[in-house]
Design a protein around this ligand. Structure first.
Ligand code: ADP
Ligand code: MG
Length: 360
């Protein structure tokens, strides 16, 4: 049921964004508009390109192929439980050993650690064991009820005891090593999509494709324009069943728009929703918000921030945004009330003109 709802949500979102990006008078096909859709990173990816006047289509197709391959290969390195590089790191930690972090992976580790520190622990990529305990590591593992309290307490104790930072490896000048850290597994699910869409769009730009959107299940990054006008994108409403499919639309200007919500990966138990955004303080799903959208020029930062702000909750999301250095945020509270920062609020088109509280 939940699986179907998840798959349906992802497809519906992809279709919605596609419909929005497609101008009605060009429904027959604008030859300058190229698009690919494919599953990767546990969601649907839509990659859209608008060619400049006279730009070569075959060369563009080759560059798009390269970006598609990059996105399809991304999880091989970064999936927490696969047989790729991060999976190996986690297996080393599980065996009680320390793990050497390959040089190419260290920048994202450092960004995750920085986000953990700035967000006072609301974001914590060392959360893999808890994510697995709750069954959110894979759709096939979703639970029908919360895990035992004792198991949560044990995972929290491991998290508190573990080092937060990388350290020098024994004998080597300073390649990053981590651990030993019993009970710890790294999970980059809350930052990797942002990193991936940013890198994919950078590849397109390097190939001369200046106008593009890479959208990973509603986490997207936008470059350039669509011909003579700006790209316009939609943010999904966290409770579409209440009648409103769209929360907001806006025109990003070489920016990323990243959303974390409680509506894509969850199960229900005794009338309560248990979703995949876990509070590292309690070991349980964070309460108080339905969704957080962050707009920023840096997609990986926006991704980490959207998760951190969701976990920080209604009382602390604003100060957490400041600490992380993001200033364009839209929040939906549990009661459906909307809040946005003063910088983002005037840029939003809100269908149905709901009340929006501007938070300075
Ligand atoms: P989505 O992947 O749905 O776009 P997020 O970017 O918010 O949403 O990432 C959620 C994923 O991040 C979870 O599935 C889990 O793997 C991981 N995660 C959950 N809670 C946290 C947290 N507090 N800090 C860091 N990562 C988390
Ligand atoms: Mg995130």
């Amino acid at each position: 049921m939940i699986l179907r709802r998840f798959a349906f949500g992802a497809v519906a979102l992809a279709v919605l964004v596609w419909l929005l990006l497609r101008p009605p008078h060009e429904a027959g096909g604008d030859p300058r508009f190229l698009q690919r859709e494919f599953p990767a990173m546990g969601t649907w990816i839509t990659l859209s390109v608008y060619l400049d006047e006279g730009q070569d289509r075959a060369a563009a197709d080759t560059a798009i192929d390269d970006a598609v391959r990059f996105l399809q290969d991304y999880p091989q390195r970064w999936s927490a439980w696969g047989d790729g590089a991060l999976g190996q790191i986690n297996r080393a930690l599980a065996s009680g050993a320390a793990a050497e972090i390959p040089a190419a992976m260290q920048p994202l580790f450092r960004r995750a650690i920085d986000a953990q520190q700035r967000s006072a622990g609301a974001f914590d990529a060392r959360i893999g064991a808890l994510v697995k305990l709750w069954g959110f590591d894979e759709e096939a593992h979703y639970r029908s009820q919360p895990p035992p309290e004792t198991a949560i307490a044990a995972a929290l104790a491991a998290l508190r005891a573990a080092p937060t930072d990388l350290r020098d490896c024994d004998g080597a000048p300073s390649p990053g090593c981590y651990g030993p850290a019993p009970g710890i597994a790294w999970d980059f699910g809350a930052i990797a999509k942002g990193d991936a869409v940013d890198q994919a769009v950078a590849r397109l730009q390097a190939a001369g494709l200046r106008n593009a959107i890479v959208n990973a299940g509603g986490n997207l990054t936008v470059r350039g324009r669509r011909g003579d006008r700006a790209w316009r994108i939609a943010i999904r409403h966290p409770r579409p069943e209440d009648g409103q499919r769209l929360l907001a639309t806006l025109e990003p200007d070489d920016e990323s728009v990243i959303t974390s919500g409680d509506y894509e990966r969850y199960f229900e138990y005794q009338g309560r929703r248990y979703h995949h955004l876990l509070d590292p303080q309690t070991g349980a799903p964070a309460r108080g918000l339905q969704s957080v959208t962050v707009v920023d020029t840096d997609a990986a930062l926006a991704d980490a921030a959207s998760t951190a702000l969701f976990v920080a909750g209604p009382q602390r999301w604003r100060e957490t945004a400041r600490a992380l250095g993001v200033d364009e945020v839209l929040v939906v509270r549990d009661d459906g009330a909307l809040e946005a920062t003063a910088k983002l609020a005037p840029r939003l088109d809100l269908p149905g003109a709901p009340k929006l509280t501007v938070i300075p």
